[in-house]
Design a protein around this ligand. Structure first.
Ligand SMILES: [Zn+2]
Length: 167
């Protein structure tokens, strides 16, 4: 048996050259994909706190890497974040604020079923774009593609927010 030269991420499906890196088991991700997430995190945190695009990356990545038995708050908060950003135009800071409000009001979150055969962009598309406005734009396209792939759950998310916030 030889080491495979490439490994597919079990979450987002991105195919990357296999490395000796260890996966972080908080996420349903290949070690190589998780490494790219570390790279992207360094980048997004450098982009400042006004728009706080980092939040969008956290939610897009989270919604692409939902495992068999995640803590329910993970997928729920990722999908809520994508809905608020993609459908309601929230900035990352506004999403973060809403997450805090929601977390205060409820400790139990429903499960969501990941898309079976998603067609979406991946973190690799984002990191291939030149750093700066182009990469930020690609990050938004990535997030939108992830949200679109979850269309079977779209009606549940605004209903969940309304229920928890008591609207
Ligand atoms: Zn992945």
């Amino acid at each position: 048996m030889s080491t495979p030269m490439y490994r597919d991420c079990p979450g987002c499906g991105v195919r990357l050259p296999a490395s000796d890196a260890l996966a972080d088991n908080r996420f349903h991700a290949s070690a190589e994909c998780w490494q790219l997430y570390g790279e992207l995190t360094v980048y997004t945190l450098s982009r400042g706190y006004t728009e706080f695009i980092h939040q969008l990356a956290v939610d897009a990545y989270g919604a692409q890497h939902v495992g068999e038995h995640p803590r329910p708050i993970g997928p729920a908060f990722a999908l809520i974040g994508l809905h608020l950003a993609c459908d309601r135009g929230y900035t990352g800071r506004q999403v973060q604020h809403m997450h805090v409000l929601l977390a205060r009001r409820s400790k139990s979150w429903p499960a969501f079923t990941p898309p079976a055969h998603p067609e979406w962009l991946t973190i690799l598309d984002v990191l291939r774009a030149p750093a700066g406005d182009e990469r930020d734009a690609m990050l938004r396209r990535w997030a939108q593609s992830v949200w679109d792939a979850w269309s079977h759950e779209h009606t549940r998310i605004p209903a969940l927010i309304a229920t928890v916030m008591g609207d």
